[in-house]
Design a protein around this ligand. Structure first.
Ligand code: KG4
Ligand code: ZN
Length: 394
């Protein structure tokens, strides 16, 4: 089934034409216009500017992606959560096309899109150009079939643990009470004078740092279900929630207390270490490695805790932060060790960040059930929770 996906919920305008099927999905054509260079100047996404940029790009991208290809059978568009200024641009374009082409429209939850990013293969060239030679990096990703699946979705706007009983059937088990993990990476990167988005830069610097150099807190890991709760046969809900604001503050205090003019770290005079061995003062790389480890460990411990309780057959890691190598490798190793027999699913690195292909794939499962949206009543909802009904005007 040929589906056109449209994504414009944050700072990427993305359009993709995807051939979806029960064996897997192949991206026929896709284009993404990133606004990062513009928002960099402001240290974060400016909603007003984002809306204008989406409006400028959306029609040319649709034209480029659809040109020369058969008309899609349905259009899937992100209708929430996200920035209202961007969501409106994408959904209005999708409504117009659905009406003009007389094809069904599907409003997709952005988080549901991220979960389905793990199903996207990168063998598009093979199919679209009839190539017979395999690309060396070709990876075929299969649809998610082993349920229940426990999904950790970590991005700039979200940190959620979701139990997926089937395609389209989700329950939020826990979420961040304040900053999202990606937001925490981005805000701490700003303290370090690193460019937006800071997550990739912090993880790059962390590669050559010492993860044990600075002891940052692991937020909300102490709140295990109490004996009382267990004896009552229920689990403390907070167990699966996250909080990253405290970690961000502790990073801020550490930088202040150590008087680090961050980009040019000045080592403080160090006392002679034990037996006269000099302990190296932390560098910016050590700071990044210690900070990254605190976030990654927190995410892994919480996910394993939920896995012990819900006994999923699949664990899925998705969202922009899932591009983080330490998190990818760390969670994979932990699943292998602690949840034997459980399948572990990751998106290919090029599909971790916001993209329209994941929206098309999520749309495919709604199309199978003929779960379509009405262009006259479909609304956007900047706060749409994945386990709530899709936004429609009454
Ligand atoms: O999913 P996404 O593209 O947009 C949202 O829906 O928010 O995620 C973007 C987020 C940013 O906060 C960015 O810093 C973070 O993903 N990110 C990373 C890495 N790559 C992207 N965070 C940590 N390590 C990375 N390698
Ligand atoms: Zn996203």
């Amino acid at each position: 089934m040929l589906i056109l996906g449209i994504e414009s919920s944050c700072d990427d305008t993305s359009v993709a034409l995807v051939n979806c099927g029960e064996q897997g999905h192949v991206v026929i054509s896709e284009k993404t216009a990133s606004q990062i260079e513009i928002h960099k100047k402001y240290g974060g996404v400016v909603p007003e500017i984002a809306g204008r940029m989406h409006a400028e790009k959306i029609v040319p991208l649709i034209e480029e992606v659809t040109k020369g290809h058969p008309r899609p059978e349905a259009i899937a568009v992100t209708s929430g959560p996200g920035l209202v200024t961007g969501l409106i641009v994408g959904t209005e374009a999708a409504k117009t096309l659905a009406l003009a082409w007389k094809i069904p429209l599907i409003g997709i939850n952005h988080i549901e899109g991220h979960i389905h990013s793990v199903e996207i293969s990168n063998n598009k060239l093979l199919i679209s150009q009839n190539e017979t030679v395999k690309r060396s990096d070709e990876t075929t990703q299969r649809p998610i079939t082993n349920f229940p699946a426990l999904c950790l979705v970590v991005s700039g706007g979200h940190t959620e643990l979701i139990l997926m009983s089937d395609h389209g059937d989700y329950k939020i088990l826990g979420k961040t009470k304040d900053d999202a993990a990606g937001e925490c990476f981005d805000k701490v990167a700003k303290l370090l004078d690193l460019p937006y988005p800071g997550g990739p830069k912090i993880s790059q610097l962390a590669e050559t740092g010492r993860a044990t150099a600075i002891e940052f807190p692991r937020p909300m890991l102490g709140r295990r279900s109490s004996a009382t709760h267990r004896s009552e046969g229920r689990l403390d809900r907070d167990n699966f929630d996250f909080s990253f604001a405290g970690l961000k503050t502790s990073a801020l205090y550490w930088l202040r207390d150590n008087q680090l003019a961050v980009t040019h770290i000045q080592p403080l005079p160090q006392p002679a270490g034990v037996f006269g061995i000099q302990i190296e003062p932390p560098t910016i790389n050590d700071f990044c490695a210690s900070f990254e480890t605190a976030i990654v460990e927190t995410l892994i411990v919480k996910t394993l805790r939920a896995a012990k309780y819900y006994k999923p057959k699949t664990i899925i890691l998705a969202g922009g932060v899932s591009a983080n190598k330490k998190l990818r490798l760390g969670l994979e190793a932990s699943v292998l060790n602690d949840v034997p027999g459980c399948e572990f699913r990751l998106a290919l690195p090029e599909y971790c960040m916001d993209n329209a292909a994941m929206i098309a794939v999520a749309g495919y499962y709604h199309a199978l059930k003929k779960d379509f949206s009405n262009w006259q009543t479909m609304k956007v909802d900047p706060n749409w929770k994945i386990d709530a009904r899709s936004p429609q005007s009454s």
